[in-house]
Design a protein around this ligand. Sequence first.
Ligand SMILES: Cc1cc2nc3c(=O)[nH]c(=O)nc-3n(C[C@H](O)[C@H](O)[C@H](O)COP(=O)(O)O)c2cc1C
Length: 302
Amino acid sequence: MAIKTGRADKAAVVLIDYDKCTACGLCVKVCKGAPLYMEGNKVFIDQSNFFGCVGCGHCAAVCPVECIRVEGRELSSADMIRLPDSVSRSNYNQLYSLMLSRRSIREFKEREVEQEIIDKIIEAVSTAPMGLPPSDVEILILQGKEKVSEFSRDMINYFKKIKWMFSPPILTIMRPFVSKEVYESFKTFLIPAMDIFIKEKEAGRDWLLYDAPLALYFHVSPYADPVDPFISATYAMLAAESLGLGSCMIGTVGYGVRYSKELKKKYGIPLKNQQGIMIIMGYPDVKYRRGIKRSLAKVSYY
Ligand SMILES: Cc1cc2nc3c(=O)[nH]c(=O)nc-3n(C[C@H](O)[C@H](O)[C@H](O)COP(=O)(O)O)c2cc1C
């Protein structure tokens, strides 16, 4: 049975040009959907096997003689493109240098981010893996300081409206029904953070989106793996860094959008979509001169 996602409910069609096929078997080897199988010296397609074709495109991408086409689930033969040569691919040192040099940037120059830079970021994001193809990731783009500021104002007004729910008496009532960790996170972070956003906004400062000239909110349909927007956002962050932009993920926005129907409606986010993540971006107004060697909570081998 075909896997239902936000954008697909049928299996994709696999077309093989048998005149070109050398029966090398590579397509069968990588097919995990898994309609492709080999019998004798020929590749066959059985869409009733497992999930049928999920439209990952791996068979067409691996084929050394380009004899496979996949059509459907948002994929077509036009999407099979030439790979960059090995010299133009970044190596570990280049990638690590980019990662090490990145800092979360919250101070931006008074300069808009050009459309072609935004387009490049989107292009890079669309290479990200997803739980199930085709990607259900949606991006809301707030282009320009005014739009970002409007969103920030709306979000902070929403925080103002719901703040009573997190007052000390309500929090005490809530305590037996939530975990220690949730209670402590609310008490030590989320509630004081909302207070800071509100107070700073009243003083004319934006501590939620830091007056950024660009913000991208990544979100997904209820069908998608909940981490898909976070993976896409990470790709966007690295792409932005490589293009000379600074960026910062803003997790708080996701919580606000998740519970506010009004915000979802105003900004065209489907009501059922899952909690996502925002990234603010812009040309950095601060230059970090040293890297920061960080540690992880734990790395263990079994
Ligand atoms: C999932 C996620 C959510 C974040 N949310 C916020 C946020 O709401 N506001 C903020 O100022 N920074 C936010 N950050 C940025 C972190 O605070 C930042 O990554 C951390 O301080 C480490 O700094 P670095 O990114 O320069 O290494 C977030 C980062 C991540 C990965």
